[in-house]
Design a protein around this ligand. Structure first.
Ligand SMILES: Nc1ncnc2c1ncn2[C@@H]1O[C@H](COP(=O)(O)OP(=O)(O)OP(=O)(O)O)[C@@H](O)[C@H]1O
Ligand SMILES: [Mg+2]
Length: 496
């Protein structure tokens, strides 16, 4: 099963960045602060008791009552819930504002403002309500604390009057009371500090819990040693797979949702399989299971007859190469991005992979040493896609997984890429997911998915003859192609 973490990016950002900052600050500054504060407070309390134990005791009791009033705000389960809510509200704002920043072009196009983006608005309002509620709940404790520490002198007055009455003419008690009042200026910052440190402790303990939840996520287990796969045929045997969403805030986990049901197929070594089906039917999920990004719930996936769960991580990664649907670019040069994991590849190897992935024009335009910026921001979608394909080709693994690799290519590049894939197919097992049907026609085997199940399988010709759904898909595809040609002709006519 795959467990998808809700608001994953913002949670990771908050946990790794903000929480480690908080913990570092606490260890580096608050602990020395606490030692100083406690030492200072002990000295002042010692002086109080030394100067007059009766007045000293009253002062200590008043300060203790002030701190108790304040701690009552933090100490109970409700306060823990408040801190948890505070973290969740912050994570939601993080996630919504990141989403908003990324979607600015879309918002501009529809003349939408930040406030009309409902998830951002909702997260800001939730944070506001939470902050107001939190402040309101803490108000009583803080008022009592402030009154007690600022007006403690009123609590020692009755004792001063009583002592004075018992020893008329003795001015020393009045001087002692003055000394207490002066010393209260020294103790006040210490008390405020104790308060701040205890609230910081609550905050970091929630932060540590959240970091723990990330570390508690179990990585897939790979065996240390395995028998090497005998060849590179890939097979699915009755594979089912589901996914459930999980939130780091321990709230909002969802029930598992079935993504693939009872999938079986076999692709012989050096042959190709194309997976087609409507969006969301599970094509990418099949590829990610072969690369073992997740484990299936039931059934077996084998490479060369060996269950991939029994293949060591290194052997599996050496066997499989993947060009994913969502392109990923490192912040480096075009060469760095093509080399990817294959460190030490020569320029000749890089250029060959680039050539097969139809990157010649990119290399000509920019050169191998051109930086691509964060996330490849200086390149177009199609250029990024071709560089991702070159990376997968350069890895030269015997099993090549291609996920919608031609979706951002123009017709000419797609034709050339298909030709290159035909070359690669000679010595690789290729499994590709595709919407563009041109590139699947030549596949040795095609499976058609519908809502996670195989609804038809075979070669192109046999599917055309036997599967009405497959025929219909091709009709639609060809109609769309003709529509494009007609509209080209129309525009040509209009221009005359
Ligand atoms: N990480 C995930 N968390 C939750 N659900 C997921 C996750 N990945 C995929 N899914 C769900 O699994 C189903 C299949 O997704 P998949 O990406 O395999 O479809 P696809 O056929 O590749 O679609 P497309 O053609 O749009 O790329 C979808 O309904 C999707 O919502
Ligand atoms: Mg997909």
């Amino acid at each position: 099963m795959c467990i998808a973490q809700k608001e994953w990016e913002s949670c990771i950002h908050k946990c790794i960045h903000d929480n480690t900052d908080l913990i570092e600050l606490f260890i580096a500054h608050k602990i020395p602060d606490l030692v100083m504060t406690l030492t200072g407070a002990s000295v002042v309390f010692g002086l109080y008791l030394y100067a007059d134990w009766r007045l000293g005791l009253i002062c200590i009791l008043v300060y203790a009552a002030a701190l108790l009033a304040q701690f009552s705000m933090y100490g109970d389960q409700g306060a823990r819930e408040d801190i948890r809510g505070y973290f969740t509200a912050l994570e939601n704002i993080n996630s919504a504002s990141m989403e908003f920043a990324r979607g600015i072009p879309v918002f501009k196009m529809f003349s939408l403002s930040a406030l009309s983006f409902s998830s951002l608005k909702k997260s800001v309002l939730t944070y506001r309500d939470f902050a107001l509620g939190f402040a309101a709940r803490g108000r009583r404790g803080f008022i009592i604390f402030t009154i007690l520490v600022n007006f403690f002198v009123f609590f020692i007055f009755p004792a001063v009057i009583a002592i004075n009455a018992a020893h008329p003419g003795d001015a020393s008690i009045a001087l002692t009371a003055l000394l207490f009042t002066a010393l209260s200026n020294a103790i006040l910052p210490s008390l405020m500090n104790i308060m701040n440190i205890s609230s910081a402790m609550m905050t970091i303990s929630e932060g540590v819990e959240r970091i723990d939840r990330i570390f508690a996520a179990k990585p897939l287990e790979f065996p240390e040693k395995t028998a090497a796969p005998a060849g590179f045929a890939v097979a699915f045997e009755n594979v089912s797979f589901s996914c459930r969403r999980e939130s780091l805030s321990a709230a909002g986990d969802s029930a598992p949702r079935q993504i693939l049901r009872d999938i079986s197929f076999r692709v012989e070594e050096g042959k190709s399989l194309a997976i087609i089906g409507r969006s969301g039917s599970g094509k990418s999920s099949i590829l990610s299971l072969i690369a073992r990004f997740h484990d299936a719930d039931s059934g077996r996936i084998t490479i060369g007859g060996a269950d991939i769960r029994n293949i060591s991580e290194k052997d599996l990664m050496d066997s499989v190469s993947i060009a994913m649907q969502q392109t990923f670019m490192f912040q480096g040069t075009i060469r760095d991005n093509i080399i990817g994991g294959k460190t030490g590849a020569s320029d000749a190897e890089v250029l060959r992979a680039a050539h097969l992935a139809q990157c010649d024009d990119i290399i000509e335009k920019y050169g191998l040493d051109c930086p691509v910026g964060a996330g490849g921001e200086t390149l177009s979608g199609g250029e990024k896609q071709r560089i991702n394909i070159a990376r997968a080709i350069l890895k030269n693994a015997p099993v090549l997984l291609l996920d919608e690799v031609s979706s951002a290519l123009d017709a000419e590049n797609e034709r050339l890429l298909n030709r290159a894939l035909r070359e690669l197919k000679k010595n690789k097992t290729i499994i590709m997911a595709a919407h563009r049907l041109d590139c699947i026609r030549d596949a040795d085997q095609i499976i058609m998915l519908d809502r996670g199940e195989i609804m038809a399988r075979g070669e192109h010709q046999s599917l055309m003859a036997e599967s009405p759904e497959y025929r219909r898909l091709w009709e639609l595809y060809e109609t769309a192609g003709r529509w494009q040609l007609n509209s080209d002709r129309d525009s040509g006519d209009n221009s005359k």
